[in-house]
Write a protein that binds this ligand. Sequence first.
Ligand code: NDP
Ligand code: OXD
Length: 314
Amino acid sequence: MSLLLSAPGWDLAAWAGRISKRAPGRRLQVAPDRFSGPEAVDYVLTWNVPHGLLSTLPNLKVIFWLGAGVDHLLADPNLPDVPIVRVVDPSLTRRMTEWVSLQVLMHHRAALTYLDQQRRVEWRSHNHPMARDVRVGVMGLGELGRDAARMLTMLGYQVAGWSRTAKTIDGIDCFAGADGLAAFLARTDILVSLLPLTPQTRGILDYGLFSGLARDGVLGGPVLINGGRGKSQVEADILRALDDGVLIGASLDVFETEPLAADSPLWAHPRVIVTPHVAAESDPTDLVDYVLTQIETFEAGGALKNRVDRTRGY
Ligand code: NDP
Ligand code: OXD
């Protein structure tokens, strides 16, 4: 049973090395350089595979997506009708939780202000509310959102979450659906988005939504943190909201177009933290083991875990 690895832009040496070590008996092809037998491919391991390539694999059995968000894959008009398995892995989840916690603390503890003062050699202190007085709202209570929300609770924040379907999570105020959104926003000082990109979440982070965030919080205004998908945010609206005080800060790991254009005003904005889609990177060792274990289970007649629901879009 043979594998194809395709992830344009990634250095695939570590991935190929781990596959060969963990499953020496399997034929491994790596696109585009070491790919010559499409009919031999049973399983593809991929991130951002070029649209159209998967439909050239007549014997494909399962697509293993080497990330959590499958929006690029589902946009392939010729996507074969085989199971899609996405990544759910503690290493990825914890990395996202680290990034979210860091960004929340950066804004809560005025890190941008102190970095600016440091550059200007200015010794001046500001008041800092306790975490217990800061309300964080996490959009998306899936694998990543739940873990981040729990960590923020441990740091002492008042945490709420918003999801498509209703949830009950200890210590977290849960809101759901379109009906729950306004109340969720109205109690939120720091908004964290960990939503997948679907037709319903495309462009959801816009000026109207920012205007619904709490205006009576201890930070002096609301903050946006987006680690989900860039096409969920309207960057022109973020800039407008920062300029007129509807937002007082933002941390963005994802962008409408990636890489973020060199002339985007987000790069130099004094209230914005930009990271280049690195919040939670996939780890070759952990993820190769995750995929190969699933293949072994599948070949033994067992069920695949973490399958994508194409109708739902995530
Ligand atoms: P999950 O599928 O586990 O969770 C998605 C969550 O979003 C669920 O709680 C779901 O609700 C909720 N949701 C989906 N659609 C809606 C909607 N229309 N309204 C309200 N809530 C909605 O995904 P993960 O937590 O694993 O990952 C989330 C996203 O994070 C990924 O899709 C990806 O885009 C992004 N990501 C970014 C990375 C980075 O490095 N920046 C790394 C990894 C992921 P419900 O529970 O009701 O189904
Ligand atoms: C993912 C990502 O979806 O890295 O895993 O963005």
